[in-house]
Write a protein that binds this ligand. Structure first.
Ligand code: GLN
Length: 273
């Protein structure tokens, strides 16, 4: 079977995705370990291991996220490594990186704490943007920490990020300028698409209401030597986060919206300790 025929058949099998041709090509690149331009130049070649390629197409057809199959995800215009032990990076989380960047100054040496580091996209990206920043990044999942460590090495920032397997930031010592987190914040009742349910549930569901972990995190942060917090949250959690932050005596509370115009997160200055 020629490469172009294989691509055509695969795209037909993936007709339900937004861009079948693109996904068929990306999966073939992952299968052959080549760039997309290579496919264009070799589309009349016969495809080696067609069975292996169609096995990938079948996984995608079974609603497995494309990123888990290719092992990579795009975030902040870079390519990160991801596996099924972490949440697939979402474009809206780029805004959280920008919010933290807005709290920092380039020439300083900030200390940043990330809780629930997952694939590592936030800390690694901030480490790239702020070459003098140092980090402690936690996760309860050893799979997530392993994935994040790979990305830290890939981007050459591993020496500035200390990874700790713990709940929230238990056992982590020292003062921090910013605590950043994209914790699980989805309510258990929310009906999610089949492909989202293939992601680790521990990274998605924050409790019955969804905002339980965010509240615990803010309470803990408020008692710790941490200056600012910046978190992603659910579109319907603004009122409860505002109330929690006010109760904790936080100042300069700013909410931000995602590209769909939905409330998606906040930053705040915690009360002085
Ligand atoms: N934004 C993700 C989603 O809607 C959830 C991320 C999270 O819970 N931190 O699937």
């Amino acid at each position: 079977m020629q490469i172009k025929e294989a691509l055509r058949t695969a795209a037909q099998m993936l007709s339900w995705v937004e861009n079948p041709q693109k996904e068929a090509a990306l999966l073939l690149c992952a299968h052959l370990h080549v760039e997309r331009t290579w496919l264009l130049l070799h589309d009349a070649d016969s495809l080696k291991d067609a069975e292996g390629y169609f096995a990938l197409i079948k996984r995608r057809h079974a609603r497995e996220p494309l990123e888990y199959i290719t092992g990579t995800a795009s975030f902040y215009s870079r390519t990160f490594l991801v596996d099924e032990g972490v949440l697939v990076p979402r474009p809206e989380t780029e805004l959280l990186v920008d919010v933290v960047a807005g709290l920092l100054k380039k020439d300083e040496t900030p200390r940043i704490l990330e809780v629930g580091v997952g694939s590592g996209i936030i800390s690694v990206m901030l480490a790239v943007l702020f070459p003098r920043a140092t980090f402690v990044a936690t996760d309860i999942s050893s799979k997530a920490l392993a994935n994040a460590q790979k990305n830290a090495h890939l981007f050459g920032v591993a020496s500035r990020i200390e990874f700790v397997q713990t709940s929230y930031f238990e056992g982590v010592e020292g003062a921090f300028d910013v605590l950043v987190s994209n914790p699980p914040y989805i309510t258990r009742e929310e009906i999610l698409d089949a492909h989202v349910l293939k992601e680790p549930h521990g990274a998605l569901f924050g409790g019955e209401k969804g905002d339980e972990m965010l509240k615990v995190l803010l309470e803990k942060a408020s008692c710790a030597p941490i200056k600012h917090v910046a978190c992603e949250m659910g579109w319907d959690q603004k009122a409860s986060m505002e109330e929690t932050l006010n109760t904790l005596g936080a100042q300069e509370i700013n909410f931000y919206q995602d590209l769909a115009g939905l409330d998606r997160g906040f930053s705040a200055t915690l009360k002085e300790k």
